[in-house]
Ligand binder design. Structure first.
Ligand code: ATP
Ligand code: MG
Length: 415
């Protein structure tokens, strides 16, 4: 894409009322636009990042048998009344129509997915079943100061699985946990599997996926010697105490952001909707339900918090809006400008996603913008390209630059 055609522009300063680093950098880069506290629009660059994150999640959910849907976000109040959520869920946005009919905005989707599964899964032969979607959620959050990490409108991948018994559920739980770790790792993050309480949804233990960052809103206790990790809210062992799992390490405390979680919902929702299936003996049984969330927009914000420096964002490869940022320093040189154009064509022919800065601007401005935007690879075309038949190649993460001859360029980029 030609940068001169991009309708968004970078800006030097973040809005004064924006306190979080993720929103500051993303707003300055033109990735997102703030509508009000906790509500952001995703602009072309931001949407590209979000789409990449969503695609990673989609691939991993499909790989474990998830079937994608797009469920309604405007919900009938009756469903929420059946489950007790209408009065019991404090963050639920409730609407009234002009004919005084009541609706809820989807803050989670059990009230919609359970009747859907009920319609199609009448027999043990139809189970297990995993249904997911990637879309908008609405929550009346009291505080929204963490930029896109806590929105009143935000993106989530939510999957729901239905099982004939606990053993089958437990088997799936482990599979989803492994898929989650793969997703976070592909997004350039290390997530700790953390024991937590079931919260509003269930009495059972749930697992949260925590990424260490000061921008998070949770405190966790983890063992430096093994994988043990628990939310401080439920940990029986205090900071400095011996790890309850390996006994070797001393528990350390850290701030973290919850990027995802998995819940055992038991039979609560099937019972609320009278959803039973026929088992092998022809007896009606309630299925066991699991729910698995990943905050897609919180994940994007967390990536920015973890991967950024004083100059801007440093996108991990798989979620970057473009693979390469081609910068033309043609100035008045027709020859250099032609080289840059040729390079842009070449990269596109090779299937490289490239943002091409052919704007009539100073080199310093172009580089500052490139640092702010944080595309992993920068390719500079200048007089040197004409004389040395190569482009200056540098990685955003290290900044180290070297001349790469044209015939080696594509291989370097595809590495
Ligand atoms: P939190 O404790 O942070 O409020 P939660 O326990 O309410 O999270 P869930 O209802 O399980 O979260 O939602 C699934 C995932 O959606 C969370 O793990 C988180 O990544 C994300 N999420 C939850 N609330 C928000 C929000 N207000 N803004 C952005 N992402 C959110
Ligand atoms: Mg919450």
């Amino acid at each position: 894409m030609r940068q001169s055609k991009l309708f968004t522009k970078t800006r030097k300063d973040a809005p004064k009322d924006e306190v979080s680093k993720n929103a500051q950098l993303l707003i300055r880069g033109g990735y997102i636009h703030k509508e009000m506290a906790g509500v952001y629009s995703y602009l072309p660059l931001g949407l590209r990042v979000l789409a990449k994150i969503e695609q990673i999640i989609r691939e991993e959910m499909n790989a474990i048998g998830g079937q994608e849907t797009k469920m309604a976000t405007l919900h009938p109040s009756e469903n929420w009344k059946k489950t007790g959520g209408w009065d019991g869920v404090d963050v639920l946005f409730k609407l009234q129509s002009r004919t005084e009919k009541e609706y809820a905005l989807g803050q989670s989707e059990e009230e919609i997915v359970t009747p859907i599964a009920q319609e199609y899964a009448g027999s043990y032969k139809d189970l297990p079943l995993s249904i997911y979607q990637i879309g908008q959620k609405y929550r009346d959050e009291l505080r929204a100061k963490s930029g896109i990490m806590r929105g009143r409108e935000f993106g989530m991948k939510d999957m729901y699985s239905f099982h004939v018994n606990q053993a089958d559920f437990d088997r799936n739980y482990e599979i989803v946990k492994a898929a989650y770790l793969k997703i976070f790792s592909r997004c350039g993050l290390v997530a700790k599997v953390t024991e937590a309480s079931g919260g509003a949804f269930s009495e059972k233990i749930s697992y949260e996926f925590m990424v260490l960052t000061e921008a998070g809103e949770d405190d966790i206790l983890y063992c430096p010697e093994c994988t043990h990790c628990a939310n401080v809210e439920i940990s029986r062992t205090k900071e400095g105490g011996a790890c309850p799992k390996c006994g070797k390490g001393k528990l350390a405390k850290a701030r973290a952001a919850e990027v995802g979680n998995v819940f055992d919902l038991g039979q609560k929702y099937p019972k609320a909707f009278g959803f039973t299936y026929k088992d092998k003996e022809g007896k009606e049984q309630y299925p066991i339900v699991g729910c698995y969330g990943i905050g897609t927009t919180r994940l994007m914000g967390t990536i920015v918090e973890v991967h950024s420096d004083e100059k801007g964002v440093v996108w991990p490869k798989e979620v970057a809006p473009f693979e390469a940022h081609l910068i033309s320093l043609a100035g008045n040189s027709i020859e250099v400008a032609a080289e840059a154009e040729r390079m842009y064509e070449l990269l596109q022919e090779q299937g490289i996603e490239v943002l091409y800065d052919e704007r009539d601007a100073r080199a310093g401005e172009k580089f500052a913008d490139a640092d702010l935007l944080g595309i992993p690879v920068r390719l500079v075309v200048s007089e040197k390209t004409v004389t040395q038949a190569g482009v200056e190649f540098s990685e955003r993460v290290s900044g180290a630059a070297s001349m790469v001859p044209e015939n080696e360029l594509i291989a370097r980029l595809k590495k």
